[in-house]
Design a protein around this ligand. Structure first.
Ligand SMILES: Cc1cc2nc3c(=O)[nH]c(=O)nc-3n(C[C@H](O)[C@H](O)[C@H](O)COP(=O)(O)OP(=O)(O)OC[C@H]3O[C@@H](n4cnc5c(N)ncnc54)[C@H](O)[C@@H]3O)c2cc1C
Ligand SMILES: NC(=O)c1ccc[n+]([C@@H]2O[C@H](COP(=O)([O-])OP(=O)(O)OC[C@H]3O[C@@H](n4cnc5c(N)ncnc54)[C@H](OP(=O)(O)O)[C@@H]3O)[C@@H](O)[C@H]2O)c1
Length: 271
């Protein structure tokens, strides 16, 4: 018998961290957030996404999906903002997690919605639909955002008023944040829009930009300027496509980690 036959097979390092769920908050029938313990060796840049999942049922393969990390890079716990898809392979089960449960998280965060992928500018527009707000929760809580940009606009378009998760956070709570509260008070504007119910700023953000209402509401001169404006887009493919084309008409160019430029984008879901 050879040595190889006697020695045990090498243990393969798991590609996932197993993390304890610390809290869960349900916003609506289709949206919830949860927090997990951050592994000490897990590093990421604000705005990146990571794979999140649950072990397979009946010994099957784990089910994993991409998730934006809603916490800033310095946070001690990791927060996620999730859809609930009734027959979704992951979220039909993930929506039932409670504190003390375990979720799987990939070890390699990645993504383009990072400050590194943008060149310098004065104003930063973070445009999201639905759960596409998640990366802005990260970027808007990172002190570097406020040292890189004079003003930051968090824009959230949803179907119903109840879907405006984190509305209280962006209108009040962030102002008391010990790290970036002062900056948020002076440099952050939250701009929600609602498409399928009455609201003070109704309609899609793309339509409000095109009509000029967005700029009038905020007392800004109409239009974007590639010399000073930068943007990040996250949400449905339709919004990203339309908003990207709109920014291009003002002369903004799409950037990436390899070639930073004026705006970056990432779909918040496939479909
Ligand atoms: C880069 C990236 C980042 C992502 N970040 C997030 C995030 O932070 N939060 C989050 O909830 N999801 C996010 N997603 C979507 C996520 O990966 C899953 O699709 C989602 O968790 C549903 O998984 P599922 O297995 O239940 O259903 P799936 O089989 O993955 O999806 C079923 C259908 O549900 C719809 N759907 C899926 N996700 C969403 C969504 N987020 N909003 C609206 N409709 C959706 C789509 O029509 C999709 O075809 C991200 C996707 C990508 C590619
Ligand atoms: N309240 C609910 O019933 C509810 C809430 C959340 C999710 N869901 C379910 O989850 C799935 C996804 O829903 P979702 O609301 O998260 O995502 P979504 O359908 O992508 O819609 C999110 C927001 O993006 C807007 N939008 C769509 N295309 C756009 C474009 N080209 N430019 C600018 N804005 C655009 C939508 O406006 P429009 O309304 O004009 O399309 C809506 O306000 C659906 O299957 C839905 O059934 C339902």
């Amino acid at each position: 018998m050879t040595d190889a036959a006697l020695s045990p097979a090498p243990v393969k390092a798991s590609p996932f961290n197993e993390l304890e769920v610390l809290w869960v908050r349900h916003w609506t029938d289709s949206l919830f957030s949860f927090g997990v313990k951050r592994p000490e060796d897990f590093r990421f840049r604000s705005g990146e996404f990571v794979m999140i999942g649950l072990p397979g049922e009946d010994g099957g393969k784990p089910v994993l999906r991409a998730y934006s990390i809603a916490s800033p890079c310095w946070a001690e716990e990791l927060e996620f903002f999730s859809i609930k898809v009734a027959d979704g392979p992951l979220t039909s089960r993930l929506q039932k997690i409670v504190a003390g449960d375990t979720v799987l998280m990939g070890k390699k965060p990645t993504g383009t919605l990072v400050l590194d992928a943008l060149t310098g500018g004065e104003r930063l527009f973070l445009i999201g639909t639905g759960t596409g707000l998640a990366p802005w929760l990260s970027v808007a809580r990172d002190p570097e955002t406020y040292s890189r940009f004079g003003h930051v606009y968090v824009i959230h378009t949803v179907r119903s008023v109840a879907d405006l998760a984190y509305r209280d956070f962006f209108t009040r709570e962030i102002h008391d944040d010990p790290l970036i509260g002062d900056e948020a008070r002076a440099q952050l504007t939250y701009y929600p829009t609602v498409t399928r119910e009455e609201f003070v700023t109704p309609g899609r953000i793309t339509d409000r930009i095109k009509s000029g209402d967005f700029f009038r509401d905020l007392g800004l001169p109409e239009g974007f300027d590639p010399a000073r404006d930068r943007a990040m887009l996250c949400g449905s493919m339709a919004m990203i496509k339309e908003a990207g084309e709109l920014l291009e008409t003002y002369g903004l160019k799409e950037g990436s980690n390899a070639e930073p430029a004026d705006y970056v984008l990432e779909r918040a879901f496939v479909g």
